[in-house]
Write a protein that binds this ligand. Structure first.
Ligand SMILES: *[C@@H]1O[C@H](CO)[C@@H](O)[C@H](O)[C@H]1NC(C)=O
Ligand SMILES: *[C@@H]1O[C@H](CO)[C@@H](O)[C@H](O)[C@H]1NC(C)=O
Ligand SMILES: *[C@@H]1O[C@H](CO)[C@@H](O)[C@H](O)[C@H]1NC(C)=O
Ligand SMILES: *[C@@H]1O[C@H](CO)[C@@H](O)[C@H](O)[C@H]1NC(C)=O
Ligand SMILES: *[C@@H]1O[C@H](CO)[C@@H](O)[C@H](O)[C@H]1NC(C)=O
Ligand SMILES: *[C@@H]1O[C@H](CO)[C@@H](O)[C@H](O)[C@H]1NC(C)=O
Ligand SMILES: *[C@@H]1O[C@H](CO)[C@@H](O)[C@H](O)[C@H]1NC(C)=O
Ligand SMILES: *[C@@H]1O[C@H](CO)[C@@H](O)[C@H](O)[C@H]1NC(C)=O
Ligand SMILES: *[C@@H]1O[C@H](CO)[C@@H](O)[C@H](O)[C@H]1NC(C)=O
Length: 507
């Protein structure tokens, strides 16, 4: 799979073909009420079914290739470089931009009414708008859309609810009787799904929150979110972030059968790149740092609360604080086997070390608090690396890259971290630093040529490199990165400019 991407990627500059079922965290395990359990069972079975389907999907690069690119308009629209289509939509019309291979988005303006029992959103037109597509006789016009940002993954999209957008001529007499509004909104709606891979923190940010920010920030919180495949746990987990994007209670589309009326609606989310915002595509010129600021505002009230609950510690005066290093730990696969020694070494170099064991139930505000106050984050490639978004730009992020994960580590986290403004170091381990070293012959391709193993298919990548590889860092080799990071942080603190200590290196 990895190599397959490498072939495709330079060709079109599109790098999202991976089915990122990466983590064991594909199946979610937050404690919650019983009806939800059913959902999670379904969700997990859907995922495992994806896992079965995917290999076959990706074992035939040719068909997948055509599948990927049959969506494109031309290279320009593919990368949205002309600016979004449908940027001006006139009253009484629906405009759908299906030019991106990542997501479709439709914009409706006029007399818009939801009908959740039929999974539809209806736009009633007065019936004499001239020169418009809606004036093709009395036939209602239908657009179908799945408001999720992984359009190029058919097996994922198969799990997403489809909405039908209907443009209908209204008849004064039926308008009065048939479809009155139960709830009138004088602000726009943004419709999106929290289904699919929601449940994995990488996907929650990449497929959900960042696209939601991209799509909705222009409304300056005067917007209602209408959520398909709504989950209470998602609202609990991300409520503080969502409330920084909208002043209004989100609507559970499937669970709320009232007719909600709007004069403007966006169905689907725009997405730019992996964990990134391309500011040239934003009218407001917002960047991923602005998204980070939203997180900061979102988590601050909770963090302030936590601080107030704690006993006041009197800091030793005059003593400069040591740089702080956070290790994002994993148990089981991709754990760092000599983490304790790593922590001791870091302390000797001059860091204060904090070890985090984030899991599904860890409160994000607490992770944010740890990382926002840190200078260096170390972790082994995996979904938890998404938390680099919680660091302050200018900090150092060292991603330990196990065998066979080089492409994914760079594409999903390394590249995005650099765009975000972190000092990024991708530490690619040597075969001797992998637990696989003890399991395979020295000349086995698993150790000598991971690309060729990845080429055999996703199931090999997953089974060999992701699910059962641990890391035993060569601390002699790793040390120099910590020393340099320490120097860099101290230099930054001393406001020394252009200190050339840290480049991007793979050690
Ligand atoms: C941002 O989008 C513009 C316009 O599509 C494109 O030319 C540019 O390469 C993109 N930048 C990044 C960093 O992807
Ligand atoms: C848009 O059209 C609806 C009916 O389709 C009408 O009620 C509304 O006043 C129009 N709004 C604007 C701004 O023209
Ligand atoms: C919603 O759609 C269903 C099926 O098309 C229809 O029977 C029902 O009358 C609609 N409800 C409203 C309030 O328009
Ligand atoms: C078309 O709309 C105009 C106002 O926009 C109205 O005066 C006229 O009566 C409408 N014609 C029909 C046939 O509904
Ligand atoms: C409007 O509704 C009336 C009564 O229900 C019906 O007789 C008429 O044909 C309808 N007109 C249109 C254009 O649908
Ligand atoms: C909407 O749901 C409520 C409660 O689930 C139910 O009592 C009501 O009959 C439903 N209304 C319609 C129009 O389906
Ligand atoms: C994050 O750190 C910055 C700089 O120390 C601080 O100003 C900000 O309040 C912190 N944010 C939160 C949410 O704690
Ligand atoms: C991982 O193991 C550590 C140490 O044994 C433990 O404290 C932590 O709770 C575990 N974390 C998870 C997510 O299982
Ligand atoms: C660790 O790395 C150092 C420096 O790169 C090297 O000299 C040494 O042989 C390595 N140790 C082991 C056990 O592989």
């Amino acid at each position: 799979m990895v190599d397959y991407h490498r072939h495709i990627q330079p060709k079109k500059g599109v790098n999202m073909a991976a089915i990122h079922v990466d983590e064991e965290s594909g199946c979610v395990s937050i404690k919650r009420s019983r009806p939800k359990l059913l959902f999670f069972l379904t969700f997990c079975s859907v995922l495992s079914c994806c896992l079965i389907i995917l290999p076959s999907l990706f074992s035939s690069p040719v068909s997948t290739f055509s599948l990927l690119y049959s969506y494109e308009g031309d290279d320009e629209t593919l990368s949205d470089s002309k600016g979004p289509l449908c940027s001006s939509v006139s009253n009484g019309t629906i405009c759908c931009d299906r030019s991106s291979i990542r997501s479709d988005i439709c914009i409706m303006k006029g007399d818009i009414r939801t009908n959740s029992s039929s999974f539809s959103v209806v736009l009633y037109t007065s019936g004499n708008i001239s020169g418009d597509v809606t004036t093709g006789g009395n036939e209602p016009r239908h657009e179908k859309i799945k408001p999720y940002t992984r359009k190029w993954e058919p097996s994922t999209m198969a799990t997403i609810d489809e909405l039908t957008l209907i443009s209908k001529k209204s008849n004064v007499s039926t308008t009065e009787n048939g479809h009155k509004c139960d709830v009138n909104h004088d602000i726009p709606a943004v419709f999106f799904s929290t289904g699919g891979f929601t449940g994995n923190v990488y996907h929650e940010f990449n497929d959900g929150l960042i696209p939601l920010y991209i799509t909705s920030q222009k409304f300056n919180k005067k917007v209602v979110f209408v959520i398909l495949e709504y989950h209470d746990w998602w609202i609990m987990k991300y409520g503080d972030v969502v409330s920084r994007l909208s002043d209004y209670e989100p609507i559970d589309f499937n669970g709320d059968n009232r007719t909600h009326c709007f004069s403007e609606a966006i169905i689907g989310l725009r997405i730019h790149d992996e964990l990134a915002i391309n500011s040239t595509l934003m009218k407001s010129k917002k960047t991923i740092e602005d998204f980070h600021d939203v997180l900061d505002e979102a988590y601050w009230p909770r963090i302030r609360g936590l601080i107030q609950e704690e006993p006041i510690v009197t800091l030793e005066p005059e003593k400069p604080e040591k740089p702080k290093l956070v290790i994002i730990s994993r148990n089981g696969s991709r754990a760092i086997m000599n983490q304790d020694l790593l922590a001791k070494m870091a302390e000797k170099i001059g860091f204060t070390v904090e070890i985090l064991w984030p899991d599904k139930t860890t409160e994000l505000a607490k992770i944010y608090r740890s990382l926002n106050s840190s200078d260096v984050m170390i972790g082994v490639h995996g979904a938890a690396m998404t938390h680099f978004l919680f660091m302050r730009p200018g900090s150092v992020f060292i991603q330990v890259v196990p065998l066979g994960t080089t492409w994914a580590a760079e594409t999903y986290y390394g590249g995005p971290a650099k765009k975000f403004g972190l000092r990024y170091i991708g530490y690619e381990i040597l075969p001797q630093e992998s637990s696989l070293y003890d399991e395979y012959e020295r000349n086995d391709v698993v150790l000598t040529d991971p690309d060729s193993v990845n080429d055999r298919g996703w199931e090999f990548t997953k089974k060999i490199y992701l699910d059962r590889q641990k890391v035993k860092l060569n601390l002699t080799r790793f040390r120099k990165h910590l020393v340099r990071s320490h120097l860099y942080i101290m230099a930054k603190r001393n406001q020394v400019r252009n200190h050339p200590v840290l480049g991007v290196s793979s050690g």
